[in-house]
Design a protein around this ligand. Structure first.
Ligand SMILES: [Ca+2]
Length: 246
């Protein structure tokens, strides 16, 4: 009986690897091969639009992607969008280092989680480093923020929140320290985790709403400022993606 069971496993694993099916973390980009941003933009892995370049300067510096969010663009996002087989990207892990920031500023991972099943409203996922004014503190504060919420399609107006978390609020400085953020958005779970510079913990949310996947969902890394228009200079490096089953 045991022997038969082992044989079944051997056959199953052989089929698995013979078909090339694979799930797990793989390096998507380390930015080391690009001499400049034009080479990165020519890669089949990335899209940086003219609209993104209007509000932020993108460049390659020391094997990292540098994004400088310019002053005077409140509530605007600048993205480097992953475009290679995005339907099979169930997670993104990337190291983000903030050189400086002011006002309401964020450096983040963003993704379409899916759409609600009873209407086309979008479930939006983000995991980010954040700098903002805190009334309770009478000063600016910075922290890691995880968010999941529903937005109307086609207006992209906010409809309701699904989940919000803050990891390590005020425990560590952020400027000048590389943070490795793990974002996962598959299997009906929204997962947020910080491993470096310290284990700042993790948070998970189980989506109970019925939802559908999107064929070519948005996956990106980038910057944003809010109502209190800020600026930021941020480096991204060593980006891994979680490839789901083929
Ligand atoms: Ca690099």
């Amino acid at each position: 009986m045991k022997r038969a069971l082992i044989s079944v496993f051997i056959v199953a694993f052989t089929m698995l690897f013979a078909t090339g099916a694979y799930a797990g973390w793989v390096l998507y980009e380390n930015f080391d091969s690009y001499a400049n941003i034009d080479e990165m933009k020519a890669s089949p892995k990335w899209n940086i639009s003219e609209a993104d370049e209007a509000i932020a300067n993108f460049s390659i510096e020391n094997g990292k992607l540098k994004i400088e969010h310019l002053a005077g663009y409140p509530n605007d996002s600048a993205w480097a969008q992953l475009i290679q087989n995005t339907g099979k990207i169930g997670g993104i892990r990337v190291t983000i280092e903030v050189q400086n920031w002011s006002g309401d500023a964020r450096a983040r991972i963003g993704a379409d989680y899916g759409t609600l099943s009873d209407n086309p409203d979008l479930i939006w996922y983000s995991h980010e480093l954040r700098h903002r004014w805190a009334d309770w503190l009478g000063d600016y504060t910075e922290y890691v923020r995880g968010y999941l919420g529903v937005y109307d399609i086609p207006t992209f107006d906010w409809v309701f929140d699904l989940f919000y978390t803050e990891l390590g609020h005020g425990k560590r400085p952020i400027v000048g320290v590389p943070y490795t953020l793990t974002a996962m958005f598959d299997w009906g779970i929204a997962h947020y985790q910080v491993d470096d510079p310290d284990d700042l913990g993790k948070a998970r949310f189980k989506i109970i709403e019925e939802f559908d996947k999107i064929d070519e969902p948005f996956r990106g890394i980038g910057t944003r400022t809010g109502d209190d228009p800020g600026t930021c200079v941020v480096y991204f490096d060593d980006l891994y993606v979680y490839r789901t089953w083929q």
